[in-house]
Design a protein around this ligand. Structure first.
Ligand code: F6R
Length: 616
């Protein structure tokens, strides 16, 4: 979704803004722009399309702008109005210039008010209307901060704004009421502000996450915080982030997505180290003591919600939690759960799973449940994110920053979190899980071997992608633990290669989708040697008989399976059934990636997608 960067201080601002926006590109956008003070006036450069179109307007010569130390930048993902240059942010309304992330809901009402005041908005955006509100308040004599505050109180919706005025050079005002805003002090003096921490951490890893209804005022002297409603000064806690700016670079990989798939073994180890305590915990699945563990122990039932890829992780979570911990577990899409009338039994713990910690529908469920007095738990990859502050307790995965829009390593560590919860609770209920934990510890080594660039797996995946990429459509099928991975494989393929793909439980094919099968279709069959293997093979035979091309992913040495496939990717034998999803997902991610490379799509920033979906 939209990205915001703002700076005031001692560093030349134009290059800082462009670099910061580059770091936010992964969020998804369709136009971009920057605004900066130049000789007391604010200059704006913006364009539809990619950020490079804005950078080109400087003709690679930033020399004339090295004396500019205050500005704001924005990447826009169109909501109100088309993704044109005119609608791109920043917007100017007289001496006020602003950027905005989110939606102003009483847009029509504000628009009539603005027109009545004699203003003629130049764009179709709700943002520009807000600018006119601020302009009118400043023209009545209010300071920039008070004008922004008063204007904000008259709008409805979930959004954040960052505003400059030529009447107050060197001051940046930011308000959060919905879409996230992160702020840090520039160690050289000044203030850094952005939609997420990625543009900030190379300057300062101590950041402040604004809460709803808070204002930040940034000047060369630093940052001050105020309550939006009362206008009173407030103290904010600083959060120290353990991400490094090196993690944000591609490090020789052609795409972030590929780099992030290769980072899965390390992300797994880091998450394991973060979540467990092997020295004092007695449980063979030694979850480290933290408030979330207590909530899990108290729960009689679990209701888990998530969106997109995170939803696939919770589906797997259900299998593991029911199998090992014997705890009744319901899973649902956040966007469905929040608008139905669910029956929440006493003793239910509601868990929101969101790698970004900012997904609007998942956060809404957490808020609704809190209002009902239901205990809530979050699982996220981002420290300080909204869910980490709003849920009663939170667990973190340690994937590091994920820049590719398509989730990979964050899904991987979400799966691990569920397996660890299931194992730990399972032991408390008498399950024999010690051997499984030992296998978990060994998994990253195995995975590293599988990912060897000159190994058999990678070469099979590349071959399959090369032969199959002209085909009309893809089904991914699996049963049991492979079913959520089938859904995830299809989602990855759709997202990054724009090819039609569907994920199905193997047993469901004959209930309709099999009508689609002909010799132009590919069926990716996930059939490791587990308790569902033979049933899945029967499903394979059904589609093969109807002409489908088969890409089988299973256990190396499985002659029965490989003889039925046009392409076969063999995974190491002897892997525990519960660990197979980690290997399978890596293969389907790589297959989607290779196919997208052949299609020539924008893999890290697929069209129409945003990394963190902060609107409904
Ligand atoms: C798919 C993808 C999305 C997200 C979904 C939820 O690759 O990234 O489907 O999984 O938007 O995002 P989070 O986990 O941040 O709530």
């Amino acid at each position: 979704m939209c990205g915001i960067v703002g700076y005031v201080g001692k560093r030349p601002v134009v290059e800082l803004l462009l670099k910061g926006l580059k770091r936010l590109e992964y969020r998804g956008y369709d136009s971009a722009g920057v605004a900066f003070f130049q000789n007391g006036k604010i200059e704006i450069k913006k364009s539809e399309g990619k950020l490079d179109n804005v950078a080109k307007q400087f003709k690679e010569n930033f020399e004339p702008y090295t004396n500019s130390y205050c500005g704001i930048g924005h990447t826009r993902w169109a909501t109100h109005g088309k993704p044109t240059t005119q609608n791109a942010h920043p917007h100017r309304t007289g001496h006020v210039v602003l950027v905005h992330n989110g939606i102003i809901e009483n847009y029509q009402e504000i628009r009539s008010e603005i027109l009545n005041h004699g203003h003629q908005p130049a764009s179709e955006t709700d943002t520009e209307l807000f600018g006119y509100l601020v302009l009118d308040e400043m023209n009545k004599g209010l300071s920039l901060k008070d004008a922004v505050r008063k204007s904000f109180l008259s709008i409805k919706g979930s959004c954040s704004v960052v505003v400059l005025s030529e009447k107050e050079p060197g001051t940046i005002i930011g308000v959060r009421h919905g879409s996230p805003l992160v702020v840090a002090q520039d160690p050289l003096g000044g203030a850094l502000l952005a939609s997420d921490a990625q543009p900030i951490i190379e300057y300062n890893k101590e950041v402040v996450f604004l809460d709803h209804g808070e204002i930040v005022v940034g000047t060369e002297k630093g940052i001050d915080f105020f309550d939006l409603k009362s206008g009173k000064s407030i103290e904010k806690k600083r959060v120290s982030l353990d991400w490094s700016s090196e993690q944000l670079d591609k490090q020789g990989f052609p795409h972030y997505m590929l780099k992030e798939i290769y980072e899965q073994p390390n992300a797994f180890v880091d998450t394991l180290n973060l979540m467990i305590d092997r020295f004092t915990a007695k449980n063979p699945f030694p979850l480290a003591k933290q408030p979330g563990v207590e909530l899990l122990y108290k729960a009689k039932e679990l209701q888990i919600v998530a969106c997109g890829t995170s939803y696939h992780a919770i589906l797997l979570g259900k299998y593991w939690l029911e199998k090992w911990a014997k705890i009744p577990t319901q899973v649902d899409l956040s966007s469905e759960f929040r608008y139905r009338a669910p029956v929440i039994k006493p003793g239910t713990l509601v868990i929101g799973v969101t790698q970004s910690g900012e997904t609007a529908d998942t956060l809404a469920v957490i808020r609704d449940m809190k209002q009902l007095g239901v205990p809530t738990l979050g699982l996220t990859n981002v420290r300080g994110s909204t869910i980490s502050r709003e849920a009663d307790a939170v667990f973190y995965t340690a994937s590091g920053p994920e820049v590719g829009v398509a989730a990979t390593k964050t899904f991987f560590t979400q799966m691990l979190a569920f397996l660890l919860w299931a194992g730990n609770l399972g032991f408390n209920h008498g399950a024999k899980v010690s051997y499984l934990f030992q296998k978990i510890v060994e998994l990253p080594h195995l995975l590293k071997d599988c990912l060897s660039p000159d190994g058999e797996i990678i070469s099979e995946v590349k071959n399959a992608a090369k032969t199959l990429f002209p085909m009309k459509g893809f089904f991914f099928i699996g049963r049991g633990l492979s079913f959520p991975i089938a859904l995830e494989g299809a989602l990855k393929l759709k997202e990054i290669s724009y090819v039609h793909a569907e994920g199905y439980a193997g047993g469901e094919l004959k209930h309709g989708p099999i009508a689609m099968i002909d010799d132009q279709m590919v069926v990716v069959v996930l059939a490791p040697q587990d308790c569902w293997h033979d049933k899945t093979i029967s499903n394979l035979e059904e589609v093969k008989a109807r002409g489908a091309k088969i890409l089988g992913i299973g256990t190396r040495g499985d002659k029965m399976l490989s003889s039925l496939c046009h392409h076969f990717v063999g995974l190491p034998p002897g892997v525990e059934e519960d660990l197979m999803p980690f290997l399978l997902v890596t293969v389907v991610q790589l297959f989607s990636y290779e196919l997208a490379v052949l299609k020539g799509t924008d893999i890290d920033q697929p069209r129409n997608l945003a990394k963190s979906v902060t609107v409904e």
